[in-house]
Design a protein. Structure first.
Length: 331
């Protein structure tokens, strides 16, 4: 059976930083409240010239560089986003044009904050079935365009950014994606949703905003990420002590800590950067993975656990045995 591994990775975040102190000037909140309830200190905000495709293309270029592939060699581009450039075409097609990857088949996946993991599932399965020889998987979000900047329940949580990985078959036995499990619950879709499309220039954008029942979302996030991970560990006959590093969706440090506690996962095995970037939805795991890679936290043979939860509701966990990627900055 073909094993599929991550052979390249990269990320991009906009320059503009929005701190909790900046938010104090917009809504009735405080730096202390935001840190205590979410762990977030600051988040990045895209400039008016940036979009999910422009940020995604920069992350994608870095991912291709680490994979030592040229864009023409890419077979498939999947972009996970719930804040696309427009309703259509897909943001993946926009990225295809920006990076000049004419031989790729392109589409988006909208599974909100779970989108990067859903895209890993789809991309790896299409490579395993030998329909495609590689895939560029990008999580990219411009959530700032969906935020109601008068709603203190939501505007404190989200940020913009992009992360990308390249998937390829690996000849290294036992490396690559081990397995995954996902769940969905459309009956609870109204707990977290966005009105209007995130089209930068459309009048409809004025109507676009995120609506959330924070406490219910919190409870569902903790319980679903815990249970899907436990099920995946059982399915793959993996013990929690076998996990070297968990990279969860960066929604909120309290959610991450509660899931880690439920799984009996030590804090030093859980990667977090939510303090720096807030919740970047589908971009959060690939941004964190790239940061963990450049922080030298990933070693060959490490068992990585990704787990995510998002609007839909959708959730999932992926187990992956880390292979070899050379840091291009050290060559
Ligand atoms: N600053 C100050 N006070 C705030 C506030 C803010 N930004 N947002 C809400 N409050 C107030 C509420 O109005 C409420 O006041 P009241 O008691 O006078 O009515 C109080 O704080 C408590 O509100 P509550 O909603 O119970 O807070 P909470 O502890 O649940 O924290 C969230 C709110 C949003 C941080 C929390 O519910 C959460 O993280 N939910 C999950 C969100 C998420 O991760 N979504 C994405 C999933 S992918």
């Amino acid at each position: 059976m073909t094993q599929v591994a991550i052979s390249g990775l990269g990320s991009y975040v906009p320059e503009k930083i929005l701190t909790n102190f900046d938010l104090e000037k917009l809504v009735d909140t405080s730096n202390e409240w935001i840190i205590e309830r979410t762990g977030i200190l600051e988040r990045r905000i895209a400039s008016s010239l940036e979009s999910s495709s422009s940020m995604g293309s920069l992350a994608a270029k870095d991912a291709l560089e680490t994979a030592k592939l040229v864009p023409e060699e890419i077979d498939l581009i999947i972009t996970a986003t719930c804040s696309p450039d427009g309703m259509f075409p897909s943001t993946a097609n926009r990225i295809q044009a920006l990076i000049n990857a004419p031989n790729a088949v392109c589409f988006d996946i909208n599974s909100a904050c779970n989108g990067f993991l859903s895209s890993l599932m789809v991309g790896s399965t299409l490579i395993k079935s030998e329909h495609y020889k590689n895939a560029l998987i990008i999580g990219s979000e411009t959530l700032s365009r969906l935020i109601d900047w008068t709603d203190r329940n939501t505007c404190i949580l989200f940020g913009d950014g992009a992360g990308a990985v390249v998937l390829e078959p690996t000849s290294e036995e036992n490396y690559g994606l081990t397995d995954f499990l996902f769940g969905s619950d459309g009956n609870n879709a109204d707990l977290l949703y966005a009105t209007g499309p995130a089209t930068g220039e459309s009048d409809l954008q004025k109507e676009a905003k995120i609506i959330m029942d924070g406490q219910s979302v919190y409870r569902h996030a903790v319980s679903t990420m815990t249970s899907i991970t436990k099920d995946l560990l059982i399915k793959t006959n993996t013990s929690i002590s076998d996990i070297d590093l968990c990279i969860p969706h960066q929604a909120n440090s309290r959610i991450i800590n509660a899931v880690a506690k439920n799984l009996s996962l030590e804090n030093d095995k859980v990667y977090t950067n939510v303090d720096q970037f807030g919740n970047t939805s589908a971009a959060s795991i690939p941004i964190a993975l790239t940061q963990a890679f450049y922080d030298k936290m990933l070693e060959k043979g490490n068992n990585l656990l990704f787990t995510a939860f998002g609007a839909g509701l959708n959730w999932g966990s992926v187990l992956l045995n880390w292979g070899t990627i050379k840091n291009p900055k050290e060559q």
